[in-house]
Design a binder for this molecule. Sequence first.
Ligand SMILES: C[S@@+](CC[C@H](N)C(=O)[O-])C[C@H]1O[C@@H](n2cnc3c(N)ncnc32)[C@H](O)[C@@H]1O
Length: 277
Amino acid sequence: MEVSGVDSEGKEFNSAQEMWREAIGEEGDETKKTQWYRDGVSYWEGVEASVDGVLGGYGHVNAADITGSEVFLKTLIQERLVNGGTNQHLVALDCGSGIGRITKNLLIRYFNEVDLLEPVAQFLDAARENLASIGSETHKATNFFCVPLQEFTPAPQRYDVIWVQWCIGHLTDDDFVSFFNRAKGCLKPGGFFVVKENLAKKAGFVLDKEDRSITRSNPYFKELFRRCGLHLYQTKDQKGLPQELFAVKMYALTVDIPPKVHKTRSKTRSNRPQIIK
Ligand SMILES: C[S@@+](CC[C@H](N)C(=O)[O-])C[C@H]1O[C@@H](n2cnc3c(N)ncnc32)[C@H](O)[C@@H]1O
């Protein structure tokens, strides 16, 4: 990506390539890349397994986040899934699920089965516990995968929705593209991805040296989605988050070419140096 960016210490980069060279080394330097992923997971291993922990001390945004996601998801299910999703056995994958916050508060109500993927064992254990008394025989958390996204290949044609929120920043561009390419074949016909992430605005990207993640801009995401061969079906800006946080955007992505593309623009996008970690 020919966009300039910064890191969390204020260092400027002329391009994403320059930043990635520093972060994960030259192409083929697997040692540095392995260290990048190890450091990212180590950061989260030191965080309390709670809503406040996975939201970087902003546990109070949980309600606004879930409400925003629910409005977005409901329309998508009605528009995309057979019979608006009614009388179907719906299955979702919650990627980088943390302690199961999104599954517990949202996905389990809409899907008959939800699988969770999370590389930090203590978070996944907490998710198992948090979800043990939630749901029913027909709405339940089924599989708990303790692996990182860059190493995961989901089961073919299992999912109606693959939900990726506040975790894809841990993946390098190539692993981002490779993950979505593998996951495409895991969607059922009509199925879709939801990517909900922080957006860098002024800079093309912001590298967080503490948790080893990158916050990408909207054009950066769009370029990566293009590389994945995914189509933007719908986007929506998350409302009601504190001003000091990065703006947050939801993208619905499909493998097939959508008949029409809906777009809404927030009038109050902001980009301050605080992020949800
Ligand atoms: C900000 S938390 C968000 C958790 C959850 N998505 C939520 O919104 O409540 C980021 C999550 O990404 C996970 N993560 C870190 N590296 C990852 C990777 N390589 N693949 C998948 N998840 C990763 C962390 O362990 C953590 O649970």
